[in-house]
Design a protein around this ligand. Sequence first.
Ligand code: TYM
Length: 354
Amino acid sequence: MAAFTELVFSGVQPTGNLHLGNYLGAVKRFVEMQERDAQCLYCVVDMHAITVWQDPEALRGQIREVTAAFLAAGIDPKRAIVFNQSQVPQHAELAWIFNCVARLGWLNRMTQFKEKAGKDRENASIGLYDYPVLMAADILAYRATHVPVGEDQKQHLELTRDIAQKFNTDFSGSIAAHGHGEAFFPMTEPLIGGPAARVMSLRDGSKKMSKSDPSDNARINLTDEADTIAQKIRRAKTDSEPLPSEIAGLKERPEADNLVGIYAALAGITREEVLRDFGGAQFSTFKPALADLAVASLAPIAGEMRRLTADPGHIDAVLADGAGRAETIAAQTLDAVKDIVGFVRRSPNLQAVR
Ligand code: TYM
């Protein structure tokens, strides 16, 4: 592998309905990361997906669809490593070791588990509870330095740092003895930010745009046709005031703030710049401009996704190539981790037992 100064890792679940929040909060930023001096790894996290029930046939299609979305958005599978999690066994292996490092009390504080498990917590899968530990393993199997994600993943990334820190402390003697200096795992930096770190529902500015919202009008799906995109924006909930000229004027106006943020993220500008152009405008002016911008940005991606998903053989070849390259890195980490923890590894130089 070439020597990069940064290693970027991120993941997206293949749970259907990839939406504008996933695109602006994550995938679009994955594409931008390719311009940095970084090795980027982008993973379709199928093992995370099965923490809640997935129909097997649908899951296979969804894994290919997320991969197609990565490529259609502009991720170059020659430069970045694009793969699905279940093809690289080191993720699960490291997750087990981290299960023995992470503390129950830490996981008990995870808000996403509480939201997803709801009232029927006794009936949630153990995988759903353990989800953030597998996520730490995803990131640290590559000793990633940077992780671009939306704001909803912040707490999980803090847990990743806690696990890295505890591993480094618990095994400090062994880490030094094996020639890794003072710390084996980095303190991974979350990259959360920009105007679309938290895209909200188009029907309710207090709720996050999400795959599981029962109303399809609450989100723009990456596979929506141009007409549907324009219609959903036209129908998006707003108040009756014109747009303010200053950012402070968006306070207490969550729906307006959300649409301005979406415009800014799609155009690659700041909220302030959007208000410079549209301050004083009514939504009857702003919404059509936003719809045009959204259609111009998203329709080509949807078209390219359709083209790519029609050829699953090509997608599977991209995933297999990515998995091979990912495993080369992850296997080195796991060999070192096994030495540090005190496992006896199978040596390639051992003679067969007679
Ligand atoms: P997932 O599949 O729920 O979402 C994928 C990415 O989209 C972001 N996102 C949003 N950003 C802005 N506004 C929204 N409304 C919105 N909804 C979703 C998410 O923050 C995420 O970046 N746990 C992760 C997947 C994962 C992962 C990892 C990520 C597994 N292992 C390792 C980073 C590193 C998840 O459920 O994402």
